[in-house]
Design a protein around this ligand. Structure first.
Ligand SMILES: [Fe+2]
Ligand SMILES: [Fe+2]
Length: 191
């Protein structure tokens, strides 16, 4: 498999999640159109979707793009166009990270019945639904394949192996972080 293989496979799962988010967005919007007082936001859906975006789309997927593929590309003599696209993609990752954090904050505000929180939540949902397909399309159709030409077969094999290792370590990082967060919140001194 080429090193862009795992990234493209991950794109397909991200698209499926975003389709669910889009449907949820439309469902809430339809509810609000009938009666603005009853949006029926499902906080569990938002939490699950945001965990997917933070852990899978950002840490796992953008992590492999930025820490492995883009880092290796940065050492190559990239064409100005490819370098610009790569810089744009990195900026877009940062934007998605901020927007996801904004969505989580808006959801918390909504649960506390803060004024304007529903509009804020819907605004962030819509932005993410619009963003990901564009970002994925740019990578799949205009960046990943030409990128391969900068690497020898041995270099591609090395990138792929490093991506597998990145994934292998991720589950441990995720749940170590979870336990450490719980320890901190409960003031656990002995850990
Ligand atoms: Fe990306
Ligand atoms: Fe991607």
């Amino acid at each position: 498999m080429q090193p862009i293989g795992p990234l493209m496979i991950e794109h397909r799962l991200i698209e499926r999640l975003l389709l669910l988010v889009q449907r949820e967005f439309q469902r809430i919007r339809d509810n609000v159109a009938v009666d603005p007082e009853f949006a029926f936001v499902d906080p569990e859906f938002i939490d699950t979707a945001m965990d997917f975006i933070r852990t899978y789309a950002d840490r796992c997927h953008h992590g492999k793009e930025e820490d492995i593929l883009f880092k290796a590309l940065a050492e190559k003599n990239l064409s100005p166009e490819h370098r610009r696209t790569m810089e744009d993609l990195i900026k877009e990752h940062a934007w998605a990270r901020e927007t996801t954090a904004g969505l989580v904050k808006a959801k918390d505000g909504y649960l506390m019945e803060k004024p304007g929180a529903l509009d804020d939540l819907m605004d962030h949902l819509e932005k993410l639904v619009e963003f990901y397909p564009r970002h994925i399309d740019k990578e799949d159709k205009h960046f990943f394949i030409p990128c391969l030409t900068y690497f020898s077969e041995a270099e591609q094999a090395d990138l792929l192996a490093r991506m597998h290792e990145f994934d292998r370590l991720l589950i441990h990082e995720k749940y170590r972080g979870l336990v450490e967060g719980m320890e901190q919140r409960r003031g656990c001194q002995s850990c």
